[in-house]
Ligand binder design. Structure first.
Ligand SMILES: *Cc1c(COP(=O)(O)O)cnc(C)c1O
Length: 378
């Protein structure tokens, strides 16, 4: 960060990341691998720094969304296995192989294209097969009437030349929702996943070395579904531990500073649209953060931030680069004071609820303009 500027920044705690990693690790069955999901710039925490750290502290695998994200890590010196969860066009098969990147294969037609490209190169592409057990997104269809055709398409995929199938996985739709219908749904997805594996292994004699399905919700609520590897994202960054079971710590702290403070008379309109009007005499601060930094405009007038000496209510429409807070009765706050938008003091959940969204979206929304400042391990 440019220290002279001191506008807004995101503090990322590597000690907290290590703590979360260790807490999750300790909850896993013996021998279970740990894949850290670092897609979307590690949920806004900085993919390269987070990945280097996970590599150093002993994670087994990383997952990203696309080839560009995988290449960023390889170029940055990450040598551990990397799985691409999304689609990569088969024309990039050579790039995948050259960079030793594992590609998800989610349909027979794609498997055939990868196989053809790899065969032409005389090389082998490492793959994980993805099953659609109820998320209805990527993956081989295998639910209900599709069971037999799903199994047969998997067998045909396994028989294709120049594809080395290391793993198989699926993704849960509601593993983080506690109601009984969601629990049934998750258990149904898991059963289908293991049934398809059993059918394919039974018919082929092939063994998938890494079977995985547990995202954050499942790591917390369905430890019996860990299988050979777990795949948490949100948990690693300190959120999604709905039952508090793992005692995690938030890794990101979004901070801004006070640009100016003014005293307004009662009846003064504040910000665009005049959506806030002061009731009494008001000491109002202007903060150097707005929706271009990732603060959703939807939370205008609906949230509070942690300030020295307490909490300050946000007032008026959030602008692109600034927003206002009521500092009446908070004399410790001065121009230049640091304000925590979210972190250990002001919960991200309070903001994501106000924004009618989930913590994931607000973490990913912290924009490029906000420098990431890492707190290192002592
Ligand atoms: C994003 C993602 C995850 C991680 O999800 P969390 O809820 O953050 O744990 C795991 N698996 C797949 C396939 C994903 O796309």
């Amino acid at each position: 960060m440019n220290d002279l500027q001191k506008r807004s920044w995101a503090e990322i705690s590597l000690p907290n990341l290590r703590h979360n990693y260790q807490q999750i690790r300790a909850s896993l069955p013996e021998g279970c691998r740990f894949l850290g999901v670092v897609k979307a710039d590690a949920y806004g925490h900085g993919a390269l720094t987070v990945s280097r750290f996970l590599q150093e502290i002993g994670a087994d695998y990383l997952a990203v969304s696309c080839l560009d994200e995988a290449l960023e890590l390889r170029r940055g010196g990450i040598h551990m296995p990397i799985l691409i969860l999304g689609h990569t066009p088969p024309e990039y098969t050579e790039t995948l192989i050259e960079n030793d990147i594992t590609q998800t294969v989610s349909a027979l037609a794609k498997a055939a294209q990868y196989s053809e490209a790899a065969t032409a190169l005389g090389k082998t592409l490492k793959i994980h097969i993805k099953l659609d057990t109820g998320m209805s997104r990527l993956g081989f269809l295998c639910a209900g009437n599709y069971f037999e055709s799903g199994v047969s398409n998997l067998l045909r995929t396994l028989a294709l030349p120049h594809l080395a199938c290391e793993g198989i996985y699926t993704h849960f739709a509601v593993s983080d929702e506690p109601d009984p219908a969601s629990e049934d749904y998750t258990r149904g997805q898991f059963k289908l996943f293991t049934d398809v594996i059993a059918a394919v292994e039974g018919k082929s004699g092939f063994r998938f070395s890494i079977r995985h399905c547990a995202n954050s919700g499942a790591v917390v609520s369905y430890p019996e579904m860990a299988l050979d590897m777990v795949r948490p994202g949100l948990l690693l960054y300190g959120y999604g531990d709905t039952s508090g079971k793992l005692d995690l710590r938030p890794c990101m702290r979004l901070v801004t500073t006070v640009s100016t403070i003014k005293i307004y008379e009662p009846g003064t309109y504040v910000s665009y649209g005049r959506r806030y009007v002061t009731e009494g005499k008001t000491r109002m601060g202007v903060l150097a953060i707005g929706y271009a930094d990732g603060l959703p405009r939807l939370i205008s007038n609906k949230c509070r931030f942690a300030v020295p000496g307490g909490f300050a209510a946000q007032r008026g429409t959030i602008c692109m680069d600034m927003c206002m807070v009521d500092l009446t009765g908070l004399p410790q706050v001065d121009v230049g004071s640091e304000i925590e938008l979210f972190g250990e003091e002001n919960s991200l959940l309070q903001l994501s609820d106000a924004a009618q969204t989930i913590p994931y979206e607000l973490l990913c929304a912290v924009s490029k303009r906000v420098p990431r400042v890492y707190i290192e391990i002592e």
